[in-house]
Design a protein around this ligand. Structure first.
Ligand SMILES: CC(C)(COP(=O)(O)OP(=O)(O)OC[C@H]1O[C@@H](n2cnc3c(N)ncnc32)[C@H](O)[C@@H]1OP(=O)(O)O)[C@@H](O)C(=O)NCCC(=O)NCCS
Length: 189
């Protein structure tokens, strides 16, 4: 019981530090775990029901890497954003995220010879990078190891499993580039 109280107190102190560090960020009913690994830029809004989770241990084992969620300035997440991080999830400035989006950079180990997949160690990807000015549509999933380039758009309901180049529109499952911005014609082609 004493250990539980100590753990709860530690979480609350970390959350207080997070709120102090990110004093310009509007957090409406947001669950934070691993607050000491999370940085959020000024004038950002993280909508109701969102979760920012950094795992630094799993099944009691300390992870070898320290997870980091790094969010730039003017970030806007509508609601129910879930960012689950065991290595590094980096989001640039002026990124817009619609509702019900999941960004995750790990898998459970996939050895079937265990009672539950929970018994496997986590498998970490090399992280996720979402560059400046990206717009992520409604109900998108972004999986580990992916970079989404500057000003790209991800269509509603997409699952992003591979890199998306800058100034591209990608959609579908798995997400594929459907348009690219033509600077000479000033339109998406
Ligand atoms: C991706 C998006 C921006 C593309 O808009 P667009 O450039 O006008 O695209 P188009 O309507 O010309 O569609 C081009 C092709 O892509 C397909 N497509 C468009 N959006 C798609 C999506 N989300 N998933 C799968 N395919 C999609 C179209 O069916 C069309 O295919 P076709 O040529 O075989 O008919 C838009 O469809 C979208 O998903 N917007 C996100 C809406 C949203 O989440 N809003 C939240 C506000 S924060």
């Amino acid at each position: 019981m004493f250990v539980n109280i100590k753990k709860k107190l530690k979480n609350e102190i970390e959350n207080l530090i997070f709120h102090y560090r990110c004093h310009n960020v509007i957090l409406d009913n947001v669950e934070i775990r691993g607050a000491k690994y999370i940085y959020c830029g000024k004038n950002s809004v993280i909508g109701s029901g969102s979760r920012l989770l950094c795992w630094d241990s799993y099944n009691g084992e300390k992870l070898e890497v320290k997870p980091r969620i790094l969010i730039g300035k003017n970030f806007h997440a509508t609601r129910n954003l879930s960012i689950q991080c065991a290595r590094c999830i980096q989001i640039g400035d002026n990124v817009l995220v619609a509702s019900n989006v999941l960004i995750i950079d790990y898998n459970h180990g996939m050895n079937p010879n265990t009672i539950s997949y929970l018994d496997n160690p986590l498998e970490l990807s090399c992280g996720v990078k979402i560059e400046d000015g990206v717009w992520i549509g409604e109900s998108v999933i972004v999986l580990g190891g992916v970079t989404i380039g500057i000003k790209s758009i991800i269509g509603a309901g997409s699952v992003v499993t591979h890199n998306v180049p800058a100034y591209s529109i990608a959609a579908g499952n798995p997400a594929k580039v459907i348009k690219q911005y033509d600077f000479s014609r000033k339109e998406w082609i």
